[in-house]
Design a protein around this ligand. Structure first.
Ligand SMILES: Nc1ncnc2c1ncn2[C@@H]1O[C@H](COP(=O)(O)OP(=O)(O)O)[C@@H](O)[C@H]1O
Ligand SMILES: [Mg+2]
Length: 370
């Protein structure tokens, strides 16, 4: 089973688009994630394929290439040129050019060099109607929710499909995405993808293009690889540790905010299989702060993979998290050493790093709450 299938199994519902809207009584605001079971129509899933809120104010103009790393200016110029090409009015009459293949670009580089910034800027420049933007995982979840054919049909309407953090650690998912991209390219859809890299100090290779080109085989020749060197722009230490708040504080902080939820960690993990991972974003509708009590190690891989998807959606939406639990000693021992050495290590490290950042925001809010 692929990781996205592992994360998606046992949803307890038929596959295919849900038809009822994701409405809930708006009364007192959401208080528990485990009490929510959002229904998301297909057009909303497709509508959510936009750059994350975190990049809302970024564009090509706010990307400042590092003069010490000329590859950054080159990457910016390359991606801008792709945007220009995709937004140029079609040539007509005598000047009509021969049909050329739509561009496909792979931004390859280390952690924090601005790959997502450039990808989001490209999607913005092409426009939300014409461009789809999602992470690798969001597209595999979309295929899981809509089916392969419906996903191709929907995405083939776009001029550009952006895939952030192209994952190569799951053969099943990689084959699926490779098929999807090939069909889209055959429909004349432009493609842009970024590499999925771990923070430097976790000691993983900086570039992934070789593996990417091997995995996408038939498509490889169409992709232009753009390498980006540089320092981690976030200048953030790799945090796999997260500030933990006292269990008693969670209730006080959550009680002070109408948009906050509070859940027992195990109960929430027990609820996640009942919600398709493509709806974890909808699960967080209207939620501005998430409190979790009883946080402790996750032992099962399928449970851990669902948690990874939830953390990604929390991070996309910049939702601070309050973590409380006796099981957490010096930080986030959420995943076992075996998991952190295994095939999905990038997903787990990403989740730890993101949850650490969101928990730091949560702890700051807790400290500021009387
Ligand atoms: N050259 C740059 N100029 C301005 N902001 C940058 C630059 N590179 C990165 N950033 C910012 O740093 C943060 C991390 O960049 P991001 O695109 O997420 O990195 P990556 O996807 O390569 O890991 C983002 O907030 C991004 O806007
Ligand atoms: Mg990124």
């Amino acid at each position: 089973m692929t990781s996205s299938e592992q994360a998606a199994t046992a949803t307890g519902e038929p596959a295919g688009p849900a038809r009822t809207p994701a409405t809930e009584p708006a009364a007192a605001g959401p208080r528990s994630l485990a009490a929510r079971a959002p229904r998301v129509p297909a057009d909303r899933l497709l509508g959510e394929l936009v750059p994350p809120r975190h990049f809302a104010r970024e564009s090509f103009d706010t990307y400042v290439p590092d003069p010490d790393h000329p590859s950054q200016a080159r990457a910016l110029a390359h991606v801008r040129a792709v945007a220009d090409r995709l937004t140029a009015p079609p040539a007509t009459g005598w000047f009509r050019r021969r049909r050329t293949a739509a561009p496909a670009v792979y931004l390859d580089g280390g952690f924090g060099v601005g790959k997502t910034h450039l990808l989001a800027s490209l999607a913005d420049a092409v426009g939300t109607q014409q461009a789809a933007f999602g992470t690798f995982v969001e597209y595999t979840n979309l295929v899981g929710a809509l089916g392969f054919r419906a996903t191709v049909d929907a995405l083939a309407q776009r001029r550009l499909v952006c895939i952030d953090e192209f994952e190569l650690d799951d053969p099943g998912d990689t084959v699926l995405m490779s098929r999807l991209l090939r069909e889209l390219a055959d429909h004349g859809v432009a493609l842009a993808a970024t590499s999925n890299t771990l923070p430097e100090s976790l000691g993983e290779g900086r570039f992934a293009a070789e593996d990417f080109l091997r995995e996408i085989q038939a498509l490889a020749a169409r992709f232009e690889v753009v390498r980006i060197d540089g320092e981690d722009h976030r200048h953030r230490a790799v945090t796999t540790h997260a500030p933990v708040v006292a269990a008693g504080r969670v209730a006080a902080v959550v009680g002070a905010r109408p948009d906050a939820t509070v859940d027992d960690f195990e109960t929430l993990l027990g609820h996640l299989p009942a919600v398709h991972p493509s709806r974890y974003g909808a699960l967080l509708d209207g939620v501005g702060l998430v409190g979790l009590t009883g946080v402790g190690p996750v032992t099962r891989q399928d449970v851990a993979l669902r948690l990874v998807v939830l953390v990604d959606r929390l991070y996309d939406r910049d939702v601070p998290v309050l973590l409380a639990g006796d099981g957490l000693t010096d930080g986030l021992d959420l995943f076992s050493p075996e998991m952190l050495r295994g095939g999905y290590r990038k997903k787990y490290y990403r989740a730890l790093s993101r949850l650490g950042a969101l928990a730091a925001e949560g702890a700051a809010i807790a400290a500021a709450t009387p």
